[in-house]
Design a protein around this ligand. Sequence first.
Ligand code: LLP
Length: 441
Amino acid sequence: MSIEYRDDRLVAGGVPLEEIAAAVGTPVYVYDTDSILERLDRIRRSFDGLDPGIRYAVKANSNGALLSLLAREGAGFDLVSGGELLRALAAGGRPADMVFAGVGKQDWELELGLEAGIGLFVVESEAELDRLAFLASRAGRRVDVALRLNPDVGAATHDYIATGRKEDKFGLNPDRAENCLRVISSGTSLRLHAFHVHLGSLILDSEPYLEALRRVLDWCDLKACKKLGLECYDLGGGFGIRGPFAEPMDLDPLGEGLRRILGPAGLRLLCEPGRYLLGDAGLLLVRALEWKPGHGKDFLIVDGGMNDLIRPALYGATHEIVPLRSPEGGVPRRVDVVGPVCESGDFLGRDRSLPESEPGTLYAVLGAGAYGFSMSSDYNSRPRPAEVLVSNGTARLIRRREDPRDLWRNEGDEGLDLRKPAGDPPWREILEDLRNREAGT
Ligand code: LLP
């Protein structure tokens, strides 16, 4: 990780974070290029021999500069909406290296995927498979499909982000997946390319991944599936992190186990990491507004809140909070680090131990590069923060701070013709624009 203290100053990618705060203001998200590339490299090394196709989960952080960086480094993308698909194309992603997953895809999103030439459609239900078969054959296309199975495997993580248990909405019950194989083999518009599983997020142990794989292979008739085109196993994402100063999930034992099982089965690996690539590479810079003594504990009120980073409020997630200058002495006090939003759930950290600080003191909320900005909102009419990417001693603004006028930009009183149906988003037009841009016309 190149996020570290140098001469008592916190530095990311060679740039002192104080300088970024001074130039851009706070709150601001800062991402470090080297940390992202280092994680990409670790995945490739741990999964060596498996010919891994890395499909970065765009939902973790969808900033175009980051997507371009990852595309240049050879990663593909895991998408869950038409919006993500268009963003990934706009950032220079290769459609053939994209995996289109997600529960509840609408027809226009499937049509967009077909038109854009997405490499793999992850199907989550029989109804979706039927719709895809119909739309693909209408478009005269034959497309690769991954069946997402629900293996009923739990993983130690927060209830809201576990997705592979039978009570979760994701994936196909293997009993019903039999029928999907029949649908695929009886038509001409679909080819079975992969089985897909995603157990959840923030997982630290390899065993649930291997158990899910064993269950999928026990369930399917490998020979028959290979006749339908089966080539890959997509294990989803979910590799956990512990903050930039600690080790993330160790992927070596997982790679070892996968090689033992996938090798003999003759299947290639696909994976969809999000947090593992971006989480530790990003932080949120905030500024102290006030230090307020309360009843039995203090409150450090900062200028970033739950609208900027909702993970502590939503999942009770812990993000380490450190001052940008290592404190000289000062007795640590028990303090909740809270934002300005009008909810008691608006905290970035609870029960922390920090020395009392002056207004203006800068802090970094660590491990916030994934599901930080992408889950932000303008709640309390707070414009979304800026984003900065650092690389080898230079910093670039990759998203401007929202202007207060953005808050009401889409509002107005335009009347409404109730007889006119809403229609789909203008995806054809956008796709056309992107293609023209690429062709330089
Ligand atoms: N693939 C699929 C099908 C997914 O649903 C997800 C995440 C990923 C890959 C990437 O998972 P990752 O490697 O990032 O763990 N907002 C939550 C996390 C939600 C994850 C949703 N799906 C959080 O802030 O913890």
